[in-house]
Design a protein around this ligand. Sequence first.
Ligand SMILES: Cc1cc2nc3c(=O)[nH]c(=O)nc-3n(C[C@H](O)[C@H](O)[C@H](O)COP(=O)(O)OP(=O)(O)OC[C@H]3O[C@@H](n4cnc5c(N)ncnc54)[C@H](O)[C@@H]3O)c2cc1C
Length: 414
Amino acid sequence: MEHFDVLIVGAGHGGAQAALLLRQEKFEGSIALVGDEPWLPYDRPSMSKDYLSGAKPFDRLALRPANAWADRDIDLRPRTRIVAVDPVERRATTEAGEVLSYGRMIWAAGAAPRRLTCAGGDLDGVHVLRGRDDVDGLLAGLDAAQDVVVIGGGYIGLEAAAALIKTGKRVTVVEARERLLARTSGEIVARTFETAHRRMGVNFRFGLSVDELRGGDGRVRAVVLSDGQVLEADRVIVGIGVTPSVQPLLDAGAEGGDGVLVDEFCRTSLDGVLAIGDCARHLNPFAGADPIRLECVQNAHDQAQTAIRHICGRPTPYAAAPWFWSNQYDLRLQSVGLASGHDAVVVRGDADSASYSVVYLRQGQVIALDCINAVKDYVQGRALVVGRAVIPEAALADAGTPLKALYAAVAEAA
Ligand SMILES: Cc1cc2nc3c(=O)[nH]c(=O)nc-3n(C[C@H](O)[C@H](O)[C@H](O)COP(=O)(O)OP(=O)(O)OC[C@H]3O[C@@H](n4cnc5c(N)ncnc54)[C@H](O)[C@@H]3O)c2cc1C
C-alpha cells in the first residue's frame, strides 16, 4: 500500500494551491494530489467565460505548466476518484480499488452541479457547467442549435448566457425568483446585469420554475414552465446550484450536511482530515453566526493556506475577507465582503452608468462592496470591509472622494 504524508483529494483550485503552498512552505514529506478529472489542474472560472466563448483554448488555462507538479515532487494523479475514507486506519480507497494510506488528508473535492429532477432532465442537450467535460459537451454540435434556455439566473447561468448570445443564439434565462442573482448580490447590481443582457437580446422569465423538458428522439426540444409556457430549446443549461462533494467523508462519520463542517483551522471532525474550498462549511468572520460555504476561488486558496499552515505547525485561524468577480460583456463585477444581513446601501456614482459601486452597511459598519468597472473602489474598499469601518453614508456616496481617503480619516480619528 502506498503511503503519503499528505493526501490531497481534488485537484481543483483548493487542492492544487494546497500542494503548491506545502512545497513553498518547505514541507518535505510526500504529497499526492489526486483528482477524478483527466486534466491537469485548470482554471475553473474560465469554463463559463473565455473557454465557453472560445476566447481562450484549454491549453492556456492550466494552473501550472505540466512539469510544475513533478518538479516539486508532487505526485499528481488524474482520473483517480476517492470513494471511501477510513479515518481510523487513515486510508482512502479509490474507485479502482487502490488503497492509499495518509498522514494527513486535505479534502478539496469541490461540488457537483445540481441537475433537474423533473421529467426530461436527462435528455441529450441538457447540460450543467462545472468542468471542461461539461463545456466540451455543450460546445459539441452547438453550431446547429438556435434556441438555448438557461435555467437559473445566478452568475454561472448569466455568464453562459453572455457567451452564447454573442454567438448568435436565441437565449432565454428562466429564474424562479423575481430577479437575477438573488442568492449572491444586491438588487442594484442585479438590475445592471439584467439591463446589459436585455440590451444584447437575452430574454428573461422570472418567478417561474420548470415543470418538464420535452424531447424528440432522445434530445431536448422544449422547456415547459410552471405557468404552462413552452419555450423551444435545442440546448438547456442548468445553473441551479451545487451539491458539495463530501459523501465519503460523511460516510466515514464526519460532521456536516451541505458540506463538511470544519473549524477555524479547516479541521473536520475526523482526526487528521482537513477540508477546504467549496465543500467546507465554516464559521466565517464576515458572515453571521451560522457556518457557511463559499463558492469562490479566493476561499479555496485562502483555506488552502489555513490548512497547510496547520499541517506545517503554524496554525492561523481562517479570517480572510471573501472576494469574488464575474465578467459579462463589458461589465466586470468585483465584490468584497458578504452583503447578507445589510440594513443600508450606498451607491457611489450612477447605477445607470458603466461604472459605479454599491457599499453595504450593517448597523453603520461597512460589510461589503460590489464594484462594477470600479477597480479603485474595489481595491481601496477592502480595508473598509476588513476594518468594518464606520463612515457616514453621505461621505461614502461622494464618488469624488477616494475610499482610501475616507478610511484614512476614520483611522486617524480612532
Ligand atoms: C463555471 C464556473 C465559473 C466560476 N466562476 C467564478 C468566478 O468568476 N470567480 C470565482 O471566484 N469563482 C468562480 N467559480 C467558483 C470557483 O471555481 C470554485 O469556488 C473553486 O473552483 C473551488 O475550488 P475547490 O478546490 O473547492 O473545487 P474545484 O475547483 O471544483 O475542485 C474540486 C476537484 O475535485 C474533484 N473531485 C470531486 N470529488 C472527488 C473525489 N471523490 N475524488 C477525487 N477528486 C474529486 C472534482 O472533479 C474537481 O476537479 C466558478 C465556478 C464554475 C463552475
